[in-house]
Design a protein. Structure first.
Ligand code: IMP
Ligand code: MG
Length: 177
């Protein structure tokens, strides 16, 4: 089925929000270092832009996970595809995500990262779909709350496409003619 993308949030809105989050995080971590943990692939676009707006020293590491289970529902059982390069011991971890949907993947991931003894761990997400939450997760920094729509752009994909859109869009499916 063919689809098209309807603009939902402009590039400027997203950029301004990231600046805001950067300021907030810089204040909260004053005198400390932030260790960003970015979950590939979706969050990488947001994580890089956010890192540029944080004024305290920042280090960044990446991991790739997949959740077991068929279809669009994530089971939350996280399988590590690519692990972090660095240990988390003693670090102030800021886990950066693109979007929180059911919360299953994330709650499992946080438990895993906590077991590596960071000094602290907080969560930052660009988008949040609270209506869809199945498992509660404690999110400290949220860019935007969005309704239950399938969004793309700024790292978010539909079938691996549209990650490169500089704005956030909504996927709309065209009627068959
Ligand atoms: P969950 O919170 O465990 O259900 O999984 C969240 C993951 O599902 C996100 O990291 C995204 O990869 C994906 N996801 C959820 N909603 C959307 C969306 O609207 N667009 C693109 N990907 C999404
Ligand atoms: Mg993701």
């Amino acid at each position: 089925m063919a689809e098209h993308i309807k603009k939902f949030m402009t590039e400027e809105e997203v950029t301004n929000k990231i600046k805001e989050l950067g300021l907030l995080i810089s204040k909260d971590y004053e005198g400390k270092e932030v260790h960003i943990v970015c979950v590939l692939k979706g969050a990488s676009f947001f994580a890089c832009e956010l890192a540029k707006r944080i004024a305290v020293p920042v280090t960044i590491d990446f991991m790739s996970v997949s959740s077991y289970g068929a279809g669009t529902e994530s089971s939350g059982h996280v399988k590590i595809i690519k692990d972090l390069d660095e240990p988390l011991e003693g670090k102030n971890v800021l886990l950066v995500e693109d979007i929180i949907d059911s919360g299953r993947t994330l709650s499992h991931l946080i438990e895993l990262l906590k077991s590596r003894n960071p000094n602290s761990i907080e969560l930052c997400t660009l988008l949040d779909k609270p209506e869809r939450r199945v498992v509660e997760v404690d999110v400290k920094y949220v860019g935007f709350q969005v309704p239950d729509l399938f969004v793309v752009g700024y790292g978010l994909d539909y079938d691996q496409r549209y990650r490169n859109l500089p704005y956030i869009g909504v996927v709309e499916f065209d009627e068959e003619k």
